[in-house]
Design a protein around this ligand. Structure first.
Ligand code: TIU
Length: 229
């Protein structure tokens, strides 16, 4: 006989590769990586490095739809920003020198000092900006866990499943996902909510993540996640 006082089954299953992704929405967080003006809009750091930023701006509507889904589902939402202190005390010289002779981190750029906290270019693009109650992590590295409070924030909330989106797929998204995988999280990357200046690197990242039975995690398009039952 069924007991109507029991809570409904919590686990959801999304079609994914290399296998279905099974997750408890009460223990799930969305982590949106570095959807910043400096990477996505013309005139920022990304375009100063000679990149085609339209490859990144194309995913903004999909990331917005993913955020709407996560908010409606009651997931904890985290946004990250790659950013540094104005005195560059958290920016290793090796990182700053990389990319010269174009604009370097801390140099004045068209949207303020490049990748410096609270400068206009470091802000998250308007269509996917955080709302009240969401966590914003300023990270000095490519990974979201390095030198940040992300691990303790997730632990406090009992999070076990992480859904990833953002830019760029093979740099900050992949680094963060690998950090999370090593910390024991089941990680799902939303394929059409992440982008790279190099589409072949994005596709290679998908293949690496789901190789060997999901050595880093799972990937799926947004529609499959939304359809999860
Ligand atoms: N957020 C992030 O991926 N930072 C980068 O510098 N990515 C590049 O692809 N350059």
């Amino acid at each position: 006989m069924s007991d109507l006082s029991l809570p409904p089954p919590a686990m959801l299953t999304a079609a994914a590769l290399p296998a279905p992704f099974v997750f408890d929405p009460r223990e799930t967080a969305l982590v949106v990586i570095d959807m910043q003006r400096d990477f996505i809009e013309p005139g920022g750091f990304g375009s100063s490095l000679g990149n085609d930023v339209t490859l990144l701006s194309d995913i903004v509507p999909t990331v917005a739809a993913l955020l709407a889904h996560a908010r409606a589902a009651g997931w904890f939402v985290v946004h990250t920003r790659e950013s540094h202190a104005p005195d560059l005390s958290d920016c290793p010289p090796a990182k700053r020198e990389r990319g010269a002779p174009s604009l370097r981190i801390g140099d004045p750029g068209p949207m303020g000092r490049i990748l410096i906290r609270d400068e206009p270019g470091t802000a998250i693009v308007a269509a996917v900006e955080p709302v009240a109650g969401e966590l914003v992590i300023d990270k000095p590295g490519k990974g979201a866990f390095y030198a940040t409070g992300l691990a303790s924030a997730l632990r406090e909330r009992g999070i076990r499943y992480l859904v990833f989106a953002g830019v760029t797929t093979e740099v900050c998204v992949q680094t963060s996902m690998r950090e999370a995988n090593d910390r024991g999280y089941d990680c799902l990357l939303v394929e059409d909510a992440t982008a790279s200046y190099f589409p072949e690197f994005r596709d290679a990242t998908f293949a690496m993540i789901r190789s060997q039975g999901g050595i880093v995690g799972w990937t799926t398009p947004l529609a499959a996640l939304v359809a999860a039952t």
